[in-house]
Structure formats: structure tokens, C-alpha cells
Design a protein around this ligand. Structure first.
Ligand SMILES: C[S@@+](CC[C@H](N)C(=O)[O-])C[C@H]1O[C@@H](n2cnc3c(N)ncnc32)[C@H](O)[C@@H]1O
Length: 237
């Protein structure tokens, strides 16, 4: 896990950002079969950061269970993950906005392989990352509206692993800028298949009813058409 990730600024930003609360969280919940996939399950959240989304998995499980499940935290990179040979494998592995911080194709391959190794046969992987296929359309007014945007060196062309900057705004200013790498969906598909996944589905995010009530559906239109982020849900063979 890279030391330089601005985890505290990111958490502060997530708490205020309508996209995180009203789009990303309900979309993760959708991938968790409306939360039911968290119930009584072993879940590994790879690259959990400050746990903004991980906490929700526990809440969904608690809706059905009387007590808080056990939580264990470990600091490792998913690229060079050390997995004890006697580990009890997981029912669900999530990786929310992590894979696009990997800058080499071979490392992405290794990371997806490692996530697969953590899962039981029949277990589910849920990941999300920026949707490269959405293209270069990240207008500044949308970035200011959502507090986050992406910039590229477009002269480099539309190529796999394109370097990008994810910019977090405060007012009109960029507060934090993080380097990221945009991998094509076909690359994810290839590495997922190679790592032993089937039923690989790329899913568009959704907006929650709360989000529509608070901001109106139109507010989120450009974020979802085409979707700026994409989810993948896949089952380990
Ligand atoms: C945008 S944050 C997302 C955090 C959390 N998943 C969330 O959605 O709130 C990206 C996270 O990925 C982590 N990360 C980046 N590269 C990683 C790697 N190779 N192995 C493990 N974690 C990594 C960073 O440390 C950071 O916590």
C-alpha cells in the first residue's frame, strides 16, 4: 500500500461528496445483493483506506445480525500480497477505487491474481475504478460540482495504462491531486479470466433514492451518462 496516499484528506472529501454517498455506496450495496452478501460472510476489503465504505459492509451485515462482526486490519500491497497458506479463504473480496493506482500492467495482473487467491471457490469479487471507456470528457464544471475530476495528457492518446490525475477540489482550487492509471475494460477482463473468474459483469453505478430526493436525478446525469466509474462483479470458479 503506497505511503503517499492522502488518506485523511480523501476521507474528509468523501464525507462531503454527493457522488460517494449517493452513487458509490448504493452501487456497492447493489453489488452486495442489497447488502445480503455481507451477512455472515468473510469479507476482505483490499485497499480499504480509512474504511469509509468498509464500515457500511458492517452495517449491512448488522441489519441482519445481532452483533458486530470481527474486523482485522493488515497493511500490505495487493501487488505483493503475502497470503498465509493456512488462511481461511473469503466469501467476498472488494477493492473500491484501488486498482487504478497500479501503474504497471504486470502489477495489475498480479494484484487481480492475488485477489482471486483470497477467495473461496464460488466467492465474489466486487471492484470499481474509473471507466476509461467514458473517454476524456471530464468538464471542469462537473468536477467542481462533484468535488472531484480527472485530467489527462490527451496527446498521449487513448492507450491502455494512460496516466491520469485525479483531482479533488475545494472551492475552485485543486486541493489534492493523485496519479492514477487508466486500464481498458478488456485488460481487466483478460486478467480476471486468467485469474480464474467467471460470470464477469461490468455494472454501471446507480443513484440512491435519497440522492435523487436531495439533489434531483438531473444533478447526477453526466456522472452516469456515460458512467465515469464502473463496477465489476465476478465469481471465482
Ligand atoms: C481512493 S482510495 C480508496 C480507499 C477506500 N477503498 C475507499 O473507497 O474509501 C485508494 C486506496 O488504495 C490504496 N492503495 C493504492 N495502491 C494500493 C496497493 N497496491 N495495495 C493496497 N492498497 C493500495 C491507497 O492506500 C488508498 O487507501
Amino acid at each position: 500500500m503506497p505511503d503517499e496516499f492522502p488518506a485523511d484528506s480523501y476521507l474528509k472529501f468523501q464525507k462531503k461528496m454527493p457522488g460517494a454517498t449517493y452513487v458509490i455506496q448504493p452501487s456497492i450495496k447493489m453489488c452486495f445483493d442489497d447488502g445480503k452478501l455481507a451477512v455472515g460472510k468473510r469479507v476482505f476489503d483490499a485497499g480499504c483506506g480509512r474504511g469509509f465504505h468498509t464500515k457500511r459492509f458492517l452495517e449491512w451485515a448488522k441489519e441482519y445480525l445481532p452483533k458486530t462482526p470481527n474486523v482485522h486490519l493488515e497493511v500490505q500491497s495487493i501487488v505483493d500480497l503475502k497470503i498465509p497458506s493456512d488462511i481461511e479463504k473469503f466469501d467476498v473480496v472488494t477493492s473500491i477505487f484501488v486498482l487504478h493506482f497500479i501503474n504497471k500492467r504486470e502489477d495489475l495482473r498480479k494484484a487481480i491474481h492475488n485477489l482471486s487467491c483470497l477467495l473461496k471457490s464460488g466467492g465474489t469479487l466486487i471492484a470499481c475504478f474509473p471507466n476509461f471507456e467514458a473517454g476524456f470528457e471530464w468538464p471542469r464544471d462537473e468536477a467542481l460540482k462533484f468535488g472531484i475530476g480527472m485530467s489527462f495528457d490527451e496527446s498521449a492518446g487513448f492507450k491502455d495504462g494512460l496516466a491520469a490525475k485525479i483531482n479533488i477540489y475545494q472551492g475552485n482550487e485543486i486541493k489534492v491531486s493523485m496519479g492514477a492509471y487508466l486500464w481498458l475494460r478488456s485488460t481487466y477482463q483478460e486478467f480476471l479470466e486468467e485469474a480464474g473468474f467467471e460470470k464477469i459483469n461490468f455494472l454501471s453505478p446507480i443513484v440512491s433514492e435519497e440522492g435523487k430526493n436531495e439533489f434531483g436525478a438531473e444533478f447526477f446525469h453526466n456522472l452516469l451518462n456515460p458512467p465515469k466509474d464502473i463496477f465489476v462483479k465476478a465469481v471465482k470458479k
